[in-house]
Ligand binder design. Sequence first.
Ligand code: PLP
Length: 458
Amino acid sequence: MSKETYSRRAFVKHSSLACVGAAVATGTTPRILARSTGRAATPAILGGTPVRKGGWSRWPIWIPESDEPQVLKAIRSGVWSRRGMVAEFEKKWAEIIGAKRCMTTVNGTNALITAIKQLDIGGRDEVIVTPYTWIATTQAILQAGAMPVFADVDPQTYQIDPDRIEEKITSRTKAILPVHILGLPADMERIMAIAKKHNLLVVEDCCQAWLAEINHQKVGTFGNAGCFSFQNSKHLAVGEGGAIVSDDEQFMDRCYSYHNMGLAYGSVVGDGGSQYAMLGSKVRWSEYQAAVGLAQLPRLEMQTTTRNENADFLRAKMSKVPGIVPHKLYDNVTRAAYHLFPFQYQKQEFKGLSRVGFIRTLRAEGVPCSEGYNSTLNSGPYLRDAFQSKNFQLMYPKEMLDFDRYVEQNQCPKYERLCQETIWLSQSLLLGNTSDMDDIVRSLERIHENAEAIKSAM
Ligand SMILES: Cc1ncc(COP(=O)(O)O)c(C=O)c1O
């Protein structure tokens, strides 16, 4: 059979198999072998040339000419604690999100803690939450003295499954805490309907979901409060930073007072005219943090559009590769934030190549990727630690602090499976163009075509 009549797929398969065999037999490094034979489609991990030669967009993006004057102005003013720039950022963020008010905090974790506490969610209250989230979400619930109750996920969307929420409601349930995890919106229409039916509060964790929308309404504006993070990896990267948005003026006054040592603010007035109005903490932002945020704000809209366009393109194309199952968005989602782009990896379609092996291979092609969350958020030792704390021991009946019973009651099998099969691509990959997306798809195809050889070489 001439090379011309030999199908590309068969050629790739045999050439890469031969390449591994020869490399193993002779001890020659695969890269040298691949170069000498010119086999372009040999996976990089077996010595071929990586699909991706260049890098990806760096993150965070900082443009000295336009961004630095803002920051210098803040630093040179000598006023570094919160003042005009923080207030300007809050005004702009409220406008962008479509909320009446915004208040910044030192980070997203403290945005959540502040919001939870000022909604009077605390000791002996249960808060229904997804297990597929970053630990900050559940730490915030526990820090407020409340009890996280885990409802399993919808593996297609990666979000809390509204069908699993209602069965977790008890007489102690005070709130639902949906997380728009990975920047993909949770099903807020159904969650709000459940909350209304059972008279529950809703705190949205939007710490990965800036500008994401459901029916053209921004996430963070559905529940009683929405909480954001501006940590270094986030789409508005300030280093550390967070914000709460809400339309509830009295609640926002309480949040403000809390974040400023409980000093009187707006409708929060101290008895007898005392300025020490309520129990507070100090979680205020600094002026130069606001300056860093303000400098990047004008880029967020365009970057979000780019991520969405690339994600749509990538999702459609990669779904044609057997064993690669991209995430789904709910029908009512008009925009996602795409902090991460998740897909499920079905190893049976890749000749049993393990997920670890797949990730190594994809990285070798020049496509950064990771496994995402592990499956211990609903059973990890941090929960036991909270249960054993003096406050929890005093607040909760003994049976609620029975750790083994808690773990048993909070099992989420779909979450566990999702954690075993998921692969994440980071948001910065989505800042490229369609040819960059094609590189990702070509890498996936190459791994699929050579799965047998890759597996046996590992
Ligand atoms: C889902 C989620 N919630 C909360 C947080 C906490 O935000 P921060 O790191 O700003 O405290 C994060 C941060 O990564 C997050 O991803």
